[in-house]
Design a protein around this ligand. Structure first.
Ligand SMILES: *[C@@H]1O[C@H](CO)[C@@H](O)[C@H](O)[C@H]1NC(C)=O
Ligand SMILES: *[C@@H]1O[C@H](CO)[C@@H](O)[C@H](O)[C@H]1NC(C)=O
Ligand SMILES: *[C@@H]1O[C@H](CO)[C@@H](O)[C@H](O)[C@H]1NC(C)=O
Ligand SMILES: [Cu+2]
Length: 308
């Protein structure tokens, strides 16, 4: 029975239409910022999403947790554009669908882009130092109807495949990479069976009122979290939240993978995930110049080119 269910839940059973996912767009203060589309990499010239070679919308496995592919997905390369945000903003992250069987945590990390004049556009991803700002705790919400029960990813599905992320209030101004990640655990009982779906987008945190004197300097950090973690050191294949059988009837707790949540984190609890944003306009991302200033970067292709 259980075995049959697992087979049914397999990735292979989902045709291309439902195959895994990527971030379609973000909504910030009603403005829509487009992610990277692996199926049409050149369609959106001002995408804030890092490019990847994950044309299958696929995943990174635990055996590659120390491979740079875990940082910003396979062959992840920085976007030039950044979405302007303010500390404390809410960001609605729209995924291009998510399969019901793919249960697990919804995780978000921030890394400041230091030592560049163009924000995150030329940052060395291996030098990025990540701080966890949302872990979708408690992740395993309800054992009822389980195993596998109700998980954070089920909340995401309920909200039309979106997740609402709160940025810390005391975020220093400057350029950051947001690393948002779903981990699917439906095969995590098998060797190398967990599936990580990391996605990176660039943010430009505007200084409220004051001039961003410190922007672009080494001081650009999440306050109090000067020491983040390289993404290649976030997880181990043996982590209890990664090597796990979610079909075990007795499962009542879940150990969230990765570092602990930053004390400054302001995640939106699952009970508030329904406070959704609506799109009022297509946002205009910026490129960062001379470390501290920005220039708008409209898309030079038609909006019609933007599809899932
Ligand atoms: C690990 O990453 C390498 C390099 O991208 C890739 O060739 C390999 O298939 C990956 N391994 C697994 C098990 O996905
Ligand atoms: C639901 O998500 C799809 C993308 O998968 C999007 O095109 C659609 O506009 C969303 N619906 C609402 C009401 O936001
Ligand atoms: C920025 O430079 C400092 C000092 O050389 C170094 O410790 C840090 O790793 C660099 N950060 C990035 C993101 O390149
Ligand atoms: Cu899948």
């Amino acid at each position: 029975m259980v075995r049959a269910f697992r087979l049914l839940a397999s990735c292979a059973m989902f045709s291309q239409a439902l195959a895994h996912s990527h971030i379609l767009y973000l909504i910030i203060n009603g403005q829509q910022y487009r992610g990277f589309n692996p199926h049409a990499p050149d369609a959106i010239t001002n995408s804030i999403g890092w490019s990847t070679s994950a044309v299958d919308d696929g995943f990174v496995t635990p055996s590659n947790y120390s491979n740079p592919d875990i940082i910003c997905h396979r062959d992840g390369k920085p976007a030039k554009a950044h979405a302007p945000v303010k500390a404390g903003d809410k960001i609605q992250i729209q995924w291009n669908g998510w399969p019901q069987s793919h249960k697990g945590p919804v995780l978000s990390y921030l890394a400041p882009c230091a030592n560049t004049t163009d924000g995150c556009a030329s940052v060395d991803k291996r030098k990025l130092s990540w701080t966890k700002i949302d872990d979708s705790s408690p992740v395993l919400l309800d054992e009822k109807g389980g195993p596998p029960g109700r998980w954070a990813t089920d909340v995401l599905i309920t909200q039309n495949n979106t997740w609402l992320l709160g940025l810390p209030n005391d975020l220093e101004p400057g350029p950051y990479v947001l690393r948002h990640e779903l981990i699917a655990l439906h095969y995590a009982n098998l060797k190398d069976g967990a599936q990580n779906y990391p996605q990176c987008v660039n943010l430009w945190v505007e200084a409220p009122g004051l001039k961003a004197a410190k922007v672009g300097k080494e001081e650009v950090v999440v306050a109090g979290q000067k020491e983040g973690v390289p993404a290649t050191a976030l997880y181990k294949a043996t982590d209890p939240g990664v090597a796990i059988d979610i079909y075990t009837a007795a499962l009542s707790t879940y150990v969230i993978p990765g570092p602990t949540l930053a004390p400054e984190a302001k995640p939106v609890p699952v009970t508030d995930q329904g406070l959704k944003s609506t799109i009022t306009a297509v946002g205009t991302p910026v490129v960062v110049t001379q470390a501290t200033s920005t220039v708008p970067i409209p898309n030079d292709k038609t909006a019609a080119a933007f599809k899932g």
